[in-house]
Write a protein that binds this ligand. Structure first.
Ligand code: CO8
Length: 258
């Protein structure tokens, strides 16, 4: 595990903390490797129901490491972008919901990382943006694609062309953030949300994620086919029987994840 990424697992909720505060958690090789390792490990752990990703110190992530990127050749830059994209895809495709607890700066690769998560809760102290044009480059870890899918093409182009750094409140208005909390309530709120999701039928939650991720980039008919298939699969689970029986018996359901 990278010295700059910590992770813990408690009551089915994984907490991954990027811990390179002296460089505002800028993404270098070590952090990327640690992120990959943490999410692979959590993906193998059967008790996981949800994951929270956050940053130590005053930043979530202030971007890819500019000092490490400065001397890259075009070939090396492509490889770096592809590596980051592969790791962010792993987070997006993680079987369980991933909540970004955006505690501070989420700039460049930092916003791209948050956008690879399923839900983004921001502290009032958070600032977000894609400032790559100030550096003579463009986003390389999915920013042009995921931002446009989240806020729409026109708003995404505005943020990409200007490099504007926006407040948490503006991010909420644009739909980048699901909620904004007081800084000291950020982790408690994310834990509360993760615990709420953890009480639901795990396979159903996973299938919802899968259906949205796979289906929304396809024509509606293809997305609906994916939904019908996953819906059918839930009827082969013990949790479907338990969930519906519990409703009929007017008692809380006890889900087992099968
Ligand atoms: N990379 C490397 N080091 C960084 C970064 C970064 N992205 N951000 C901050 N740091 C370092 C600073 O250099 C400084 O280190 P030192 O103390 O050694 O000088 C330390 O972190 C603290 O930062 P500041 O002193 O600047 O802190 P401030 O509070 O004054 O400012 C800011 C905070 C506004 C966030 C400022 O640090 C900043 O503007 N950072 C850069 C933000 C940025 O432009 N991010 C986008 C980077 S590009 C990118 O992410 C592209 C992703 C895809 C690339 C893939 C293709 C190859």
């Amino acid at each position: 595990m990278s010295e700059h990424v910590r992770f813990e697992l408690e009551a089915g909720v994984g907490l991954v903390t990027l811990d390179r505060p002296e460089a505002l958690n800028a993404l270098n090789d070590g952090i990327l490797a640690g992120l990959e390792e943490a999410f692979l490990a959590l993906g193998r752990e059967p008790s996981v129901r949800a994951v929270i990703l956050t940053g130590a110190g005053k930043a979530f992530v202030a971007g890819a490491d500019i000092k490490a990127m400065a001397g890259l050749s075009p070939l090396e830059a492509r490889a770096f972008a592809q590596r980051g994209q592969r790791i962010f895809n792993l987070i997006e495709d993680h079987p369980h919901p991933v909540i970004a607890a955006v505690n501070g700066f989420a700039l460049g690769g930092g916003l791209e990382l948050a956008m690879a998560c399923d839900i983004r809760i921001a502290s009032e102290a958070a600032k977000a943006g894609q400032p790559e044009v100030n550096l003579g480059v463009i986003p390389g870890f999915g920013g042009t694609q995921r931002l446009a899918r989240i806020v729409g093409r026109s708003r995404a182009k505005y943020l990409l062309f200007t490099g504007e750094v926006i407040s948490a409140q503006r991010g909420l208005e644009l739909g980048i953030f699901n909620e904004v909390t007081a800084p000291d309530l950020l982790l408690p709120r994310c834990r509360e949300l993760a615990a709420l999701i953890a009480r639901k039928a795990p396979l159903a939650v996973s299938h919802c994620k899968h259906a949205v991720n796979e289906g929304t980039d396809l024509p509606l008919g293809d997305g609906l086919s994916i939904e019908a298939e996953l819906f059918a699969q839930t009827f082969a689970t013990a949790d479907q029987k338990e969930g519906m029986q519990a409703f009929i018996e007017k008692r809380p359901a006890q889900f087992i994840g099968r």
